[in-house]
Each structure stands twice: as C-alpha cells, then as structure tokens.
Design a protein. Structure first.
Length: 272
C-alpha cells in the first residue's frame, strides 16, 4: 500500500512538473486575423520553431486592448493605431510594432442601388447617407468599426443608430456583420482578408476599394510586465520577434486564399 501511495505521489509530481514546463502565451487579437485563417497558418509554424503554444482570444480591437488592460493577455495583435498609441501611453504596453497591412473595402449588393461603385469612399458614404440606403456597422469598438466612424467623419457626417433607421449597428464581429449585411441587402465596411475568406457572398461584391483612406495597419504590442507582473514577457517577446523577423514576414506574405495574398508584411520604420 505504501508503495502504491509513493507511486501516486510521484505521478502527481511529474504531472505538475509537466504543466509547469508547458510554455504558452495568450494573444488578444482581432477577429480578422483568426477568421481569415492567418493564425491557423502561422501559429503552428511558430510553435514548431519555439515550442511555445499560443492561445488566441479573438475580439474587436477595443475589447482586445481592454482584456490586456486587465492583465489577461501577454501580447496584443490589433489594428487601430490611435487606440494602440493610447494603450502604450497609459503604460499598459511597451513599444508598438507595425507588422503587416491590408485594406478596408466597401461591400454591397452587385446592383449597387446607391451608385457608390468606384474608388472614393467619402463620396460613397455620402451617397449612402443621402439616399438612406441600408448600412450595417459592426458597432463593437473594433478596429474596423473605429475606421468606419473616422470615414463618416471625413465625409462630414455623424451617424446615430438610435435615430438613423437605415444605419444598423450590430455589435458583432466581421463575419456575422457580413452575414447580416447580405441578409438585409445592406452596404458594409469590411477588411479585405475576412471578405476573401467569407463564404456567403450571395451576390455581394466589392464596390469601393483603392482609396488611401482605406489603408489598414496591424501592429504588435507586448503587455508591460512592470504594470502587469503575470505577463509572460520573455515568451511574448519571442512571438513578436518571430513575426517581425525576415522568416516571419515571409510566412505572413505567403498566406493566400483563392490565389490572393491576404496580408502584406511591413515591419520596420516604413510602416505607418
């Protein structure tokens, strides 16, 4: 009996040691990086090279930064430059590292009832507002939502879902917002990567693209261990270093769907 007890204690000790040695980090990121399949492609490569596993919490950028503010993430991987700079200025994160970009696009029914097709996003939003054509907003404080609000401002307009019945803020991620837009024959602003991977297009097409105001920068930030002592700073930094390295940048560039490159690496001082 004594030998059995000793054996059980040894097994428990070994299990505890194995758990203690398991290396993983938590990355708070945007829905677009997960829904596009990028993480499914990149993370196994990172784990194979480093032995570090990555747990992704996919949220809108605002929610991802809030999660990190509570100390519940080691790295944030998001796309709202103003919010990122504020996060670092508050002391919650260390340096902001641009890592890749793509662009936003205005998607809508192929018939284009508002007549917005073209390159000018401001003119397109003005036409939608003036004709009160249905528009779906993510309404979730995501990077895409914040970009949309900035574009309405650039168009000289305020939108209020409580008053403007044509404008519907759904408070959901990009995939669900696209589904709602398709179901309601509405226009919607999307990031290109999620749109390419979206399977329910059902007669919807890209109507506005190519405007410089639709540029969409993604960045990495290590959560500040001085403010959040439980942060796995060394492991998180390895993740950031990998994605910023020539090898990681090549991996980002090589990810494609339907023959299209979803993200373009731009680590370095040339990034916006």
């Amino acid at each position: 009996m004594r030998k059995i007890l000793i054996g059980l204690v040894a097994l428990v000790a070994l299990a505890g040691s194995a758990l203690a040695q398991e290396r993983f980090i938590t990355v708070a990121s945007t829905t677009s990086t997960e829904q596009s399949g990028l993480f499914g492609y990149l993370l196994p490569k990172f784990t194979e090279r480093t032995g570090i596993k990555v747990h992704v919490v996919a949220l809108g950028t605002g929610q991802a930064l809030d999660l990190a503010r509570r100390g519940d993430a080691d790295v944030v991987f998001v796309h709202d430059v103003e919010a990122e700079e504020r996060f670092v200025a508050e002391g919650h994160g260390l340096a902001r590292h641009p890592v890749m970009y793509n662009d936003f696009i205005l998607v809508g029914p192929a018939a284009d009832p508002a007549g917005v097709r073209g390159k000018d996003i401001v003119r397109a939003l003005q036409a939608i507002r003036q004709g009160m054509f249905p528009f779906v907003s993510r309404g979730d404080r995501s990077g895409t939502h914040q970009a949309e609000l900035r574009l309405w401002k650039a168009a000289g307009m305020d939108v209020n879902p409580a008053v403007d019945r044509w404008y519907r803020a759904v408070g959901q991620g990009m995939g669900p917002a696209l589904n709602i837009a398709v179901a309601s024959n509405a226009y919607v602003l999307s990031d290109r990567a999620t749109w390419i991977s979206f399977r329910n297009k059902n007669g919807f097409v890209v109507l506005v693209q190519g405007d410089s105001r639709l540029f969409n920068q993604y960045s990495l930030i290590l959560v500040n261990p001085a403010k959040h002592p439980d942060t796995k700073a060394a492991l998180g930094q390895q993740f950031i270093d990998f994605l910023l390295s020539p090898e990681g940048q090549r991996d980002i560039a090589s990810y494609q769907l339907e023959g299209q490159q979803l993200f373009h690496p731009n680590a370095g001082p040339e990034a916006r």
